[in-house]
Design a protein around this ligand. Structure first.
Ligand SMILES: Nc1ncnc2c1ncn2[C@@H]1O[C@H](COP(=O)(O)OP(=O)(O)OP(=O)(O)O)[C@@H](O)[C@H]1O
Length: 310
């Protein structure tokens, strides 16, 4: 397990990470979601051994590696948001270069490079100059490069931004394949619909702290606490509307037959009592529940008044 405890990073007077805590299990795909400036890139760069934190622990299988970036790099592969320019290298040379940088040379480097290219479906491009690859292919090459050290964990910074849907679907497949092989994946992305499709869990980051981490369903449920309750009622709505208006925990009410929507002052645990009140009064309720939320809703909810839904 990768466990981050109380991680802090300052850039001069700017506090980028403010005691951040996070865990990543083998095989988990954890989507990191937060507004601009929340600290995502800073966190990922620290995990990649490219930046040093002020304080805090990065435990990998129980051993703290926060102060040894070279150790972090052995265990954590990094796919940055920016792909450099490599004018003169062919794809297989590029992989060999990274193998060499990881202490793998000669025939072994060639074999390793080809094996990884195959894994990201790029073997047939091995003779091509890196710069002739499409953006999606470059990204896959970047993933292959990050896997040279066979890291137990992979962190990716905004890998899908600017990519077309077919390339994003390829990324999803690659990440799911890695997850099946036990690699823990931490991915920062603003592509929330994509993230919802392949993340096994979500971490919400705001002002340098993880404010909530859990399964997608848990996070949506927790953040959707004040989403309206929507119910549909068979037959005349008058009695239901009257009962709801009289209920002390119902805040507002709107009607769009056969649906009634209420905002609720009570807790989630108190909701069944509302349903019981209606049913016991003879109202034929055919559905009752919170309006379904999405990761995008969670994002706007998290940003509160700082963000305005368009
Ligand atoms: N090199 C730097 N020097 C000074 N401040 C920095 C530096 N890099 C980041 N910051 C600041 O640290 C905070 C966190 O930035 P970071 O880039 O980690 O956020 P982010 O969540 O990745 O944002 P985005 O979604 O826009 O990429 C921000 O306030 C940012 O302005």
């Amino acid at each position: 397990m990768l466990e981050i405890r109380d991680l802090r990073k300052d850039y001069g007077k700017i506090c980028a990470l403010d005691g951040l805590n996070l865990t990543l299990q083998p095989g988990e795909i954890l989507g990191l979601v937060g507004p601009n400036g929340a600290g995502k890139t800073t966190l990922l760069k620290i995990l990649a051994g490219l930046l040093r934190s002020e304080s805090g622990k990065i435990l990998i299988e129980g051993k703290d590696m926060a102060r040894t970036p070279s150790k972090l790099r052995e265990h954590i592969g990094y796919v940055p948001d920016f792909f450099g320019v490599y004018d003169n290298l062919r794809v297989e040379e590029y992989m060999e270069f990274y193998c060499n940088a990881n202490g793998i040379y000669g025939l072994l480097a060639r074999q390793k490079g080809q094996e990884l290219l195959e894994r990201v479906d790029l073997l047939e491009k091995k003779e091509q100059p890196v710069d002739s690859l499409s953006r999606g292919m470059k990204q896959r090459l970047c993933v292959a490069r990050a896997l040279v050290s066979e890291p137990a964990y992979l962190v990716l910074d905004e890998p899908a931004s600017g990519m077309d849907p077919s390339i994003r679907a390829e990324l999803k497949e690659i990440l799911q394949g890695l997850s099946e092989q036990g690699t823990g994946v931490l991915i920062s992305s603003h592509m929330l619909t994509d993230l919802s499709q392949y993340s096994t869990s979500v971490g919400l980051i705001r002002k340098g702290r993880i404010i909530l981490q859990g399964s997608l369903e848990e996070v949506i449920l927790r953040m959707s606490g004040d989403r309206p309750i929507v119910m549909t009622v068979q037959g005349p709505l008058e009695r239901a509307v009257r009962l709801l208006k009289e209920h002390p925990l119902v805040e507002t009410l709107s009607v769009s037959p056969p649906a009634i929507m209420v905002t609720w002052k009570g807790t989630v645990q108190e909701e069944p009592a509302l349903l019981r009140t209606l049913v016991e009064a003879g109202v034929a309720v055919s559905s009752f529940g919170r309006e379904a939320g999405s990761l995008e809703d969670v994002f706007w909810q998290m940003n509160g008044k700082e963000g305005q839904k368009k």
